[in-house]
Design a protein around this ligand. Structure first.
Ligand SMILES: CC(C)(COP(=O)(O)OP(=O)(O)OC[C@H]1O[C@@H](n2cnc3c(N)ncnc32)[C@H](O)[C@@H]1OP(=O)(O)O)[C@@H](O)C(=O)NCCC(=O)NCCS
Length: 107
């Protein structure tokens, strides 16, 4: 899903269903720098969750790097909780919190 300010894409969210058909993953969310702090990132996540729910997913996971405050605010405000922490999720020095939301609990 993308947010466009024609002719440019200013934000996107990428999600996919996992091997477990009830579990979705938000793989990436990003908003172009000059468009940040306007609610676009949160709106992208909320719409992605709605689409996951409409496709029968009951849980959604994502990862967040320690210290990514903007991202953390979105996940925690929506009710995501930490289910794991891996200090080398993407390799040495690339720690990630793994967060999960049970759909129906979207804040
Ligand atoms: C994370 C990201 C998508 C947020 O996009 P955004 O459009 O700025 O997000 P929003 O405007 O919806 O803001 C969400 C919350 O984060 C807060 N926030 C935004 N930027 C922030 C910053 N730099 N530091 C702290 N808080 C920040 C906002 O105030 C808002 O909080 P609130 O809901 O309590 O008011 C954007 O910063 C980005 O693209 N970052 C780089 C890619 C990335 O880290 N993606 C996430 C990977 S998990």
């Amino acid at each position: 899903m993308v947010v466009a300010c024609e002719p440019d894409v200013v934000g996107y969210a990428l999600a996919a269903r996992s091997v477990d058909p009830a579990l979705g993953w938000i793989l990436s969310v990003a908003v172009e720098g000059s468009f940040r702090k306007r609610g676009i990132g949160r709106a992208l996540v909320v719409e992605t969750l709605r689409r996951c729910a409409s496709r029968g997913m009951t849980r959604v996971r994502c990862t967040v790097a320690p210290g990514n405050l903007a991202s953390e605010r979105i996940w925690h405000a929506l009710g995501f909780v930490e289910v794991a922490f891996d200090p080398a999720y993407f390799g040495a020095g690339e720690a990630r919190h793994v967060l999960e939301l049970s759909l129906g609990e979207v804040g």
